[in-house]
Design a protein around this ligand. Structure first.
Ligand code: GLU
Length: 467
């Protein structure tokens, strides 16, 4: 969209919420501004021997807590404005879910599909090297993670590059979303999508709120449309489907499909792997273009791709009663107003996609503790449960089967603890913002911003300003 400025959009939402807080203008300005903006260019030698200039950024939005935290994206849309906006969103997101980090974001302006694996490795390692040289990475300074176009592979290269130049005992904590073998954590890949599911579920379980929307409570039986079947979209759809919701529409880069009878996710993923897209999938109707399905009949719309997808051009045509923002910044400020006017419940990005950074926080804790969650307590817990169960058997004359013993006497391993920590975080944060929504008679986005501003503001207020 012409003239679209993402950072301005984030700040507009911030300003709207700031009116409900007690901080003075100067402090609010300090909270909004990006503390450090790094723009770098470096040469890449292509496989054919030609030299190409690569452009990249890292923005640390807020140093009120350290390290700063946020993903690195590989996309042609990357620019300074976008990176600043996404870094700011990270600050507010971390505050909303009580993850003790400041916000940051990085990006490399490339179309990933145009490079070989070796070229991508050279780009990533050089980027990590540049960050290190400029003190923009480290377990106590700034900790990158995956984002659009990146994953465990890139994070592994970053850690390896960092470790070649650092003897820091906590070096593994310089990046999250790493492969498990390199200090990653179970559940990180699924985390953002899983968090999206927990957040939508919490909203749908609220009887009063659903009644207001004219919907039954509970996730089961609800229809949803998803935009983007990348890591976040795929996992969100998977858990929604497992909980009994029906996927009726999917938008991907090549086009969009719809079927009121439901679309089988596993089969669609296979089809996408074979054909490279979703168009023409059996039993569905292929729509005019890749965004047409956003306007179709459904209870829940989940944009899980890039920013600026719901804008003034389509907001009034969107029929979903619940919008679950799995992507960062998918809805422009004006589009939000239009949908709010017709009574839609918008579950905002700065809360709903915070599952990723929450589990990143668990991974970082694991790295600096140098021990896997559950390693000390799992067996001890299991033995305690077994002792209790055997007492029950003695006094009740009831013998538990092996299967019952297996589930009843199960101790928490890393995967279970991460999942339960994530669920707890998403439920708590939802209830915090939903209370603020009701208290101030605002929408959930403003409520999430009020919550974040209050938490960050109090820290600035207490610490004073360093001379
Ligand atoms: N890129 C993800 C986000 O936008 C995760 C960031 C992280 O784990 O640090 O929230």
């Amino acid at each position: 969209m012409k003239g679209y400025k993402f950072y301005e959009q984030v700040n507009a939402a911030f300003d709207e919420a700031a009116a409900y807080t007690k901080f003075d203008e100067g402090l609010l300005a300090q909270m909004k501004i990006c503390n450090d903006v790094l723009h770098i260019t470096f040469p890449l030698e292509r496989d054919n021997g030609k030299i190409e200039v690569i452009e990249a950024w890292r923005v640390e939005h807020s140093h009120h807590k350290l390290p700063t935290k946020g993903g690195i994206r590989y996309s042609l849309t990357v620019n300074e404005d976008e990176t600043m906006a996404l870094a700011a969103l990270m600050t507010y997101k971390c505050a909303v879910v009580d993850v003790p980090f400041g916000g940051a974001k990085g990006g490399i302006k490339i179309d990933k599909s145009k490079y070989s694996l070796e070229e991508l490795e050279r780009i990533t390692r050089r980027y990590a090297f540049e960050l290190m040289k400029k003190n923009f990475i480290g377990p106590g300074t700034d900790v990158p993670a995956p984002d659009y176009g990146t994953g465990a592979q890139e994070m592994g290269w970053i850690l390896d590059t960092f470790r070649q130049m650092s003897t820091d005992i906590n070096a593994e904590g310089c990046v999250t979303g790493k492969p498990i073998e390199m200090g990653g954590i179970r559940g990180r890949t699924e985390a953002t999508g899983r968090g999206v599911y927990f957040g939508i579920k919490e909203a749908c379980d609220n009887k009063d709120d659903m009644k207001e929307l004219g919907l039954e409570h509970g996730i089961e039986g609800k229809t949803f449309v998803i935009q983007g079947l990348g890591n976040v979209g795929y996992h969100a759809a998977l858990y929604m489907e497992e909980a009994g919701a029906k996927m009726v529409g999917v938008a991907e880069i090549d086009g969009s499909i719809y079927s009121k009878d439901g679309i089988d996710l596993a089969k669609l993923m296979e089809y996408k792997k074979e054909t490279g897209g979703v168009k023409g999938f059996e039993g569905t109707e292929t729509l005019a273009d890749s965004s047409a399905v956003l306007e179709s009949e459904c209870d829940i719309l989940i944009p899980a791709a890039l920013e600026n997808q719901i804008n003034e051009g389509n907001a009034d045509k969107i029929k979903a009663k619940i919008i679950g923002e799995a992507a960062n910044g998918p809805t422009t400020a004006n589009a939000h107003k239009i949908m709010k006017k017709r009574g839609a419940l918008i579950i905002p990005d700065n809360y709903l996609n915070a599952g990723g950074v929450t589990v990143s926080y668990f991974e970082w804790l694991k790295n600096i503790q140098h021990v896997r969650f559950g390693r000390m307590g799992k067996r001890f817990e299991e033995n305690s449960y077994k002792r209790i169960l055997s007492v029950i058997e003695t006094i009740s004359d009831r013998k538990f089967t092996e299967t019952e013993l297996g589930t009843l006497a199960k101790g928490g391993g890393e995967a279970e603890l991460v999942d339960s920590g994530l669920e707890e975080t998403m439920i708590n944060a939802y209830n915090q913002i939903n209370e603020l929504r009701k208290k101030h008679d605002v929408d959930l986005r403003t409520a999430a911003f009020i919550n974040a501003i209050n938490k960050v503001g109090l820290i600035y207020d207490r610490m004073g300003i360093f001379p």
